[in-house]
Design a protein around this ligand. Sequence first.
Ligand code: CO
Length: 293
Amino acid sequence: MKMNKLSNFIVILFIIFCCNIASASGHKHKRPVKKGILLVAFGSSIPEAQVSFENIDKQVKAAFPDIPVRWAYTSSMIRHKLAKQGKHLDSPEVALAKMMDEKFTHVAVQSLHTIPGEEFHDLRRNAHFFGNMADGFDRILVGTPLLATDEDIGRVVSAMIKHIPEERNKKDAVLLMGHGTPHPSNAFYAALMYHFQQKDPNIFVGTVEGFPEIDDIKAMLLKKKIKKAYLMPFMSVAGDHARNDMAGEEEDSWKSVLTAAGIECVPILKGTAEYDEIVAIWVDHLKTVMSHF
Ligand code: CO
């Protein structure tokens, strides 16, 4: 009688055990947790610009010393250019596919873009598919770019003001060069200029490929009878746009356009990601994502 009860008990235990194995192998949530970070920048092929990415890499690894960090570039043009030099950078999709292969379960994708434009929205859209695939990630979240909230704008304004060269006189202009985009988030640049000018009326923000353009800014500088302008990139890297469109010798560069209008120009070739206070904003956005895992 006692033996019978015991054997029944063993049979029941065996059935429970088998059910568990079946659900473990068929269900992705039973995998061991493996967290990872994917940093996604537009990219740059200029060797001097790498200092920006190195600074971000350093600060992210300091904040998350135990989490593997991967990189991807959204610009296929830059990736192809680098590939010809033997440097292989992945697109976000390829990088995520590799992380899926390596059995990551939780992935924080951090956009290193400046505004939530097309590149950011495409990234977020594609990243989320990786959470829906068979054997995809249990959780994948995308951190917002540099400028996403009013608080970000306030922090960016303070950080950039801190890095204006000390020798600049208040009557000299400081002109930041943003990238600009046909996407509606281009409005961030004019909003940013408004916030800068609340603190310092001679700080201006223009864009290479959006609004305000250099001619709009030139008109503002001339109206204020400004004689000298410090030109600073408002892009994570001091890459091709900063070196050529901002500080280059061609006659349509910002430096040439303003010099021809009688405004002395002092270009500063530093990307925003060379400033720790700016990188800290991206890192904080990444911390917000990681806090959900
Ligand atoms: Co461009």
